[in-house]
Write a protein that binds this ligand. Structure first.
Ligand SMILES: *[C@@H]1O[C@H](CO)[C@@H](O)[C@H](O)[C@H]1NC(C)=O
Ligand SMILES: *[C@@H]1O[C@H](CO)[C@@H](O)[C@H](O)[C@H]1NC(C)=O
Ligand SMILES: *[C@@H]1O[C@H](CO)[C@@H](O)[C@H](O)[C@H]1NC(C)=O
Ligand SMILES: *[C@@H]1O[C@H](CO)[C@@H](O)[C@H](O)[C@H]1NC(C)=O
Ligand SMILES: *[C@@H]1O[C@H](CO)[C@@H](O)[C@H](O)[C@H]1NC(C)=O
Length: 595
């Protein structure tokens, strides 16, 4: 029996001999635990069945029998079958082949107990077949239990009404720079380089905005950054100075040539390197990082090369290009998250900031330095870096072009590089209006206002505006011809339009308000088209192309829900709340009822 158990991740208990099955509850509660407490932690359909005790059942995932009480297996007992034996009658068990819809054959277990015969199906099969997640939690401990999750995704409930002057949605939960599809943060542009759709990397405006917005939120919500000042206006502190330092007290900077700055103390968690510098010819600055767990030394180097990133795995060294003309820039401000920069070399996997410190800083060539500091975070700087990139790179039409081809629907749809995205435009506005409010710098607002222009240009003319059913205006995340009406990108663009509508009172901001209202009306009319009955559709390509629908995977489904919950806080439109609630239920396996 032990052997069989080892062969199966978890076995699902289905009863025959009754049209209804049994539902087994594996939890850490004791067998005597009050039914209502157990019931509150289980699937609502199952709960209803247990409560009613008479049931009509149309659900295809969970079936329950007319049980008086769910079988609760005490996790303290190593042998769940022995435990159920003590609850009911003696059982016999043997292997049996399961034939699944004539498509698969798998090994199952057959359990016989008195008049009843039941079959256990390995969860590893259920997991793949129904795309349902499950894992054993607290393995081998007293609290061990099996956790079944229909969806792997999480809902972010708004904790306050959406406010254009405050945090942007739930984006503070994002760590954009650590995403796999971020190649690295370019030290030339100071924004992420995306490998999405183009492995060599491109500056993807949507991702750049998400990077900025996530740091904008974190600036407002996380603990203040702590700072260790190493060089302050030419005054040196907290490190050992060697003879290659030229300390000229008449100047407010330090001239450092081919030397190393040894820190007096090991400051774990201070992994933001920040300074003002001026390079005299080719020069480089290296932050030498030490991991206290693995004792590994790694080198993060910034030098006057044009490559964005060069990885030398053998020597644990990663080099970021500052551009070959960096020495022509004169003084420039430099802020880097050294851990992110190190991580993108792929020779570390540990992201715990407390496991690292900067061991020393090496200068090769000649560099003028002032205000050298190590900090624990730099959210403000990173949010501004994204905003500044947007200001520097906006085109005459007010857009940020995506410079890679985008193929959708297995190549049925292709958008040639140089396209605009309503999502990028909307995100950019959301970031820029917030930076404007935070700094009073009107350049941010001007850039945001210019971005509105793209919303007026049709998607087939390299803009983003599409029309659904010849009637409803839709802003396209991917401006394909024909239009496919991606839902999440459209809703993100509406948040941008809303933000601009509240940022000023002039004609442009009023126009933004009008675009937002039109968009909300489209959403009200079309939202139900995205409901699949057990999830949501990512877009309407089945409508435009007559092909199979494109179901939203759980993280996009939950994005839809999050967006609707936040939109509801602005509009108080019950439709958004009702749909969000129904879609949340889909994430727990509920389906809309059938005829
Ligand atoms: C999975 O289910 C458990 C308990 O039912 C819940 O606490 C957890 O948040 C769920 N995880 C996800 C990703 O939904
Ligand atoms: C957020 O930015 C402000 C400046 O706008 C700064 O004073 C503050 O320290 C920052 N907070 C965090 C947590 O980064
Ligand atoms: C800092 O760590 C190094 C090992 O990398 C060790 O040799 C040195 O003694 C430490 N210094 C302090 C001040 O703890
Ligand atoms: C910097 O180095 C490159 C190659 O190593 C060289 O071609 C270039 O002339 C150098 N520039 C200066 C200003 O020394
Ligand atoms: C921006 O201007 C407003 C109104 O003049 C003022 O209250 C606020 O302090 C200013 N904020 C900044 C960051 O300068």
């Amino acid at each position: 029996m032990k052997l069989y158990q080892r062969n199966f991740l978890l076995i699902l208990f289905i009863a025959f001999g009754s049209i209804f099955g049994w539902l087994i509850f594996i939890s850490n509660s004791s067998p005597t635990k009050n039914l209502s407490i157990i019931a509150s932690s289980i699937h609502p359909i199952a709960r209803k069945l247990i409560e009613d005790k008479t049931e009509t059942l149309s659900n295809d995932l969970i079936v329950a029998s007319p049980v008086k009480q769910p079988i609760v297996i005490d996790s303290k007992n190593v042998d769940p079958l022995a435990e159920s034996r003590s609850v009911s009658k003696p059982k016999r068990i043997r292997s049996i082949t399961c034939k699944i819809n004539g498509e698969y054959k798998i090994n199952c277990l057959k359990l016989m107990s008195g008049k009843e015969t039941s079959v256990y199906i390995p969860f590893s099969f259920i997991h793949k077949y129904f795309e349902i997640g499950g894992k054993i939690v607290n393995q081998k401990s007293q609290d061990e239990y099996f956790e079944w999750n229909h969806s792997y995704s999480k809902i972010f409930y708004p904790d306050q009404p959406y406010d254009p002057a405050d945090v942007f949605l739930w984006f503070g939960n994002y760590n954009v720079e650590f995403r796999d599809r971020v190649k690295c943060i370019s030290a030339i542009d100071n924004v992420p380089l995306s490998t999405q759709w183009y492995p060599a990397g491109h500056l993807y405006p949507t991702q750049i905005c998400q990077y900025g917005l996530s740091h904008f939120n974190k600036n407002l919500t996380s603990a203040p950054s702590e700072r260790i000042q190493l060089i302050n206006d030419g005054i040196v502190s907290d490190f050992h100075v060697d003879h290659n330092f030229i300390v000229d007290f008449k100047k407010n900077y330090l001239i450092v040539k081919d030397s190393r700055i040894d820190l007096k103390n090991n400051h774990t968690n201070y992994l933001i390197g920040q300074l003002d510098m001026k390079l005299i010819g080719n020069a480089s600055i290296t932050f030498v990082m030490f991991n206290i767990q693995t004792q590994q030394i790694s080198y993060v180097l910034y030098s006057t090369i044009d490559d964005v990133i060069v990885i030398d795995t053998e020597d644990n060294q990663i080099t970021y290009g500052l551009g070959s003309k960096a020495f022509k820039r004169g003084w420039f401000h430099f802020t880097r998250d050294l851990l992110v920069d190190l991580y993108k070399g792929y020779f570390i996997s540990d992201r715990k900031r407390n496991n690292y410190y900067v061991s020393y800083i090496q200068i090769d060539g000649t560099v003028y330095i002032k205000n050298l500091a190590l900090k624990t975070s730099a959210h403000e700087e990173f949010a501004m870096a994204a905003g500044d990139w947007l200001m520097r790179n906006q085109n005459a039409q007010g857009g940020w072009r995506i410079q890679v081809d985008r193929k959708l629907s297995k190549g049925l749809l292709v958008i040639k590089k140089g396209w605009h995205s309503a999502m990028a435009q909307g995100h950019a506005i959301s970031l820029l209006t917030r930076l404007y409010r935070a700094t009073n710098n009107t350049k941010y607002l001007e850039t945001a206002k210019k971005a509105l222009n793209i919303f007026e240009i049709e998607s087939y003319k390299n803009g983003v505006k599409a029309i659904l059913f010849d009637k409803y205006i839709w802003y396209e995340e991917y401006p394909t011809v024909p239009s496919i009406f991606v839902l999440n990108g459209f809703i993100y663009s509406l948040f941008g339009l809303y933000d601009l509508s509240k940022a000023c009172n002039d004609q442009i901001c009023q126009k933004s308000s009008q675009f937002y209202d039109e968009g909300i009306r489209s959403l009200e009319s079309a939202l139900s088209l995205y409901d699949s009955g057990s999830g949501s559709f990512y877009d309407l390509r089945h409508l435009s192309l007559g092909i199979a629908p494109n179901l939203a995977r759980w993280d996009y489904h939950s994005t839809h829900i999050n967006q609707l919950l936040y939109l509801y806080t602005i509009t108080r439109n019950d439709l958004f709340k009702t749909v969000a609630d129904r879609w949340i239920a889909y994430m727990k396996g509920h389906r809309s009822s059938h005829n």
